[in-house]
Write a protein that binds this ligand. Sequence first.
Ligand code: NDP
Ligand SMILES: O=C(O)C1=N[C@H](C(=O)O)C[C@H](O)C1
Length: 269
Amino acid sequence: MTDTRLVVVGAAGRMGRMLVATIADTAGVVLAGATERPGSPALGQDAGTLAGLGAAGVAVTDDAAAALAGADAVVDFSSPAASVALAALAAERGVAHVVGTTGLGEADLAALAEAARRIAVVRSGNMSLGVNLLAGLVRQAAAALGDDFDIEILEMHHRHKVDAPSGTALLLGEAAAAGRGVDLAQRSVRVRDGHTGARGAGDIGFAALRGGSVVGDHSVVLAGAGERLELAHRAEDRGIFARGAVRAALWTRGRPPGLYSMADVLGLA
Ligand SMILES: NC(=O)C1=CN([C@@H]2O[C@H](COP(=O)(O)OP(=O)(O)OC[C@H]3O[C@@H](n4cnc5c(N)ncnc54)[C@H](OP(=O)(O)O)[C@@H]3O)[C@@H](O)[C@H]2O)C=CC1
Ligand SMILES: O=C(O)C1=N[C@H](C(=O)O)C[C@H](O)C1
């Protein structure tokens, strides 16, 4: 089989640069394009040079349609608006879409689902192996312990992160809700401030901390009377997300249209 041709969206960003480096380091994939938003100072620069490698021979462009020509998959860690626009373009061009962007609203998710009628879309709030394994453990613990144990999800990220709770915290919340057989939207408490009253039985709480250079820390606390279980993941390097995303892109090759998760890619679903 020929090398899988990948386009990196947001190539000058923290994840974009890590993706370019990971693609250079992975057999069977090749960087076919790199995009940034119109007006970005990165436009015209070599994506490999931006990633701290030698020149890759791929200039960063704001012309996503041109970048997608001949590509097999586009790997996208950018912004909700950019991901939604790209999903429509990828669907039109028959290019698989791997979406790591978080902070997506309901309308954004609906737009991705629409694109997934025509192409393979893999979306996950966290592309690492560890977090996707953790989600299975959280689901199992929530099912085993039941409503007598209060579930709280804590996350901490670097000072530049713009969305909260993190995509990972929401993914873990979904896992907890699935374990309990409830709808997360009905049970989540995302903010507490002032005289909130006592905690509601069955609530799933979230707390978000921001500061420094933290790559991504997540803990799920299941607090019962007299004992507390804590399940945690600490990301030390963005390479774990980039490797997962490239693995997902390879997995889409020849895959029928549909909306997939990292659990599908990793065989954990
Ligand atoms: N699912 C997962 O495993 C992970 C998900 N993420 C998520 O990925 C996203 C990006 O994170 P991170 O790399 O830290 O953020 P950055 O802000 O460093 O990178 C995002 C990049 O996308 C660029 N961008 C914005 N609009 C467009 C556009 N229309 N076309 C092309 N590029 C565009 C930004 O440009 P500019 O800055 O000039 O606006 C920026 O360079 C976030 O939503 C984050 O939560 C992060 C890590 C892991
Ligand atoms: O913005 C980040 O950095 C990260 N975002 C993802 C999230 O929102 O969970 C994944 C990871 O934690 C890093």
